[in-house]
Design a protein around this ligand. Structure first.
Ligand SMILES: NC(=O)c1ccc[n+]([C@@H]2O[C@H](COP(=O)([O-])OP(=O)(O)OC[C@H]3O[C@@H](n4cnc5c(N)ncnc54)[C@H](OP(=O)(O)O)[C@@H]3O)[C@@H](O)[C@H]2O)c1
Length: 138
């Protein structure tokens, strides 16, 4: 995940910040946080350890792949970090959930990625609530 997902702006200045998820985060696996201001690893309850990395996407993926020992690596967000991985061609499967709530502002996931859909098979599933699932599979 990116630094913007791990905490609110400026969390790097708060040594007591341990993420949004309490003492037992739901990840239960080594979890890598990309930040330009890394800190030592943070072991949590339930199998999650947060590791803080200042690395290019390909390097970060290599580190996560090694930790995964042959299992899949999931890139969790937010939008700035996902965009970097997409631009570098490192994503095999993308699941975007679109919710019909109009915030009217925010970080743009697709900026600079024109034509990306041509590299993927795209499937769309809508639900009665208006939530729409888009999957991109390479
Ligand atoms: N709806 C959702 O599921 C969801 C999920 C996540 C975020 N969000 C929201 O999206 C908004 C913006 O999020 P965001 O795009 O800023 O979040 P983000 O992608 O999680 O974080 C971006 C930050 O991660 C660090 N980073 C990214 N790539 C890096 C690299 N290669 N090396 C080192 N550091 C790297 C940088 O932080 P530093 O330079 O500060 O270290 C960068 O500013 C926020 O409002 C957030 O609440 C929503």
């Amino acid at each position: 995940m990116g630094a913007g997902t791990f905490g609110p702006p400026g969390w790097q200045d708060d040594p007591s910040w341990r993420g949004w998820w309490g003492e037992e985060p739901p990840f239960r696996t080594p979890t890598f946080v990309l930040t330009h201001r890394p800190r030592p690893p943070l072991p949590m309850e339930g199998g999650t350890t947060f590791h803080f990395l200042d690395a290019a996407p390909a390097q970060a993926l290599e580190v996560a792949r090694e930790a995964a020992g042959g299992l899949d690596v999931r890139i969790g967000g937010g939008p700035s970090m996902v965009r970097e991985f997409l631009a570098a061609g490192l994503v095999d499967h993308l699941h975007v959930v679109q919710v019909p709530i109009l915030l009217g502002r925010g970080v743009r996931l697709w900026d600079g990625l024109e034509g990306l859909e041509q590299q993927y098979a795209v499937e769309v599933v809508s639900t009665p609530s208006g939530v729409t699932h888009l999957t991109f599979t390479r």
